[in-house]
Design a protein around this ligand. Structure first.
Ligand SMILES: *[C@@H]1O[C@H](CO)[C@@H](O)[C@H](O)[C@H]1NC(C)=O
Length: 299
């Protein structure tokens, strides 16, 4: 019943009223929120679950995934990426549902030679179809300190944020026939792996294994989200695991869009840091750019 109503409600106001009563804030330790999913000892939870590290060597990379599945939410994670010569490595941090026709929302950090810039690669898959890449450089060195990378995912839009600056918005354009991820619950995943066939300068620069192991670090995961439970249709809540961070207005993600300042920041990123946008790749889409690009709302 709850889900029936949940899916049917298109009115912003009603939706936010409803969701707020089932919302979950999670700011626990990594062992409460995540499982190491592959890579054996290469993934570690340290400091009583407050720090997580993934590593990659010649034999294998590693990864972790959330215990819970979410249907809408805001997820924040602080990452410190592989430092030094990270060419060929990719640190992926993404939400994904399972099965065919899956939905997925991706951050991928493509490493580089020492002192050369990382690329932040983003993509959105809906009903199994991706091909919606946007790529950016960052305005800081992501290997020196922890920075916050966030997804805001609500029924209206998906916002990718870096240190609270929006770098990309994917709008719900179902009204013009573009599927939007709003019915398949997703888990949060991260992995560190070797992708030297394509990652750095399009595959020209290979991983230097003499620099292995490569390590990425994670801390301060925070989710304000709807948790999908027991495969059933309820958007039920689980107890918040600690009082670490109850951000004021943390329920705002449900309707969050861009205010004037957000739009200004987004334009700044797009002007100075965006290096690829599928929406303007006319060679790739000679018959015209994808539908969701046409309204000029990809800004
Ligand atoms: C690596 O550095 C080169 C040279 O500065 C640059 O062209 C490239 O975009 C950088 N990033 C990646 C991931 O290749």
């Amino acid at each position: 019943m709850a889900t029936y109503i949940y899916h049917r409600m298109s009115e912003l106001f009603l939706l936010s009223l409803f969701v707020s009563s089932f919302m979950v804030a999670s700011a626990g330790t990594f062992d409460e929120d995540f499982d190491m999913s592959w890579g054996d000892h290469r993934g570690k939870m340290l400091d009583k679950g407050k720090l997580l590290t993934l590593s990659l060597d010649r034999i294998s990379g590693s990864g972790f995934q959330s215990k819970r599945e979410y249907l809408f939410g805001r997820m924040d994670m602080q990452l410190k990426l592989v430092s030094g010569d990270s060419a060929g490595t990719v640190t992926a941090y993404y939400l994904s549902s399972e099965g065919n026709n899956h939905d997925e929302i991706d951050f991928e950090f493509l490493g580089n030679l020492s002192g050369e810039p990382y690329i932040v690669h983003t993509n959105v898959y809906t009903q199994g179809k991706g091909d919606r890449e946007q790529q950016f450089y960052l305005w800081f060195d992501p290997t020196k300190d922890f920075h916050t990378y966030s997804f805001v995912w609500n029924p209206h839009r998906i916002i990718f944020l870096v240190d609270n600056t929006p770098i990309r918005v994917f709008y719900n354009e179902e009204s013009i026939g573009v599927p939007f991820p709003n019915s398949q619950p997703m888990k949060l995943y991260s992995s560190l792996w070797n992708a030297d066939q394509w990652a750095t300068r399009g595959g020209l620069v290979k991983t230097d294994w003499s620099k292995a192991p490569f390590t990425a670090c994670y801390r301060n995961f925070n989710a304000n989200a709807c948790v999908w439970s027991r495969g059933s249709s309820s958007c039920a809540s689980t107890p918040s695991t600690s009082g670490v961070s109850s951000t004021p207005g943390s329920g705002d993600w449900q309707t969050q869009g861009l205010d004037a300042n957000g739009r200004r920041r987004l334009r700044w990123v797009q002007k100075y840091f965006m290096i690829y946008n599928y929406c303007s790749d006319f060679k790739r889409f000679p018959q015209g750019c994808p539908r969701e690009c046409r309204r000029g709302r990809f800004l």
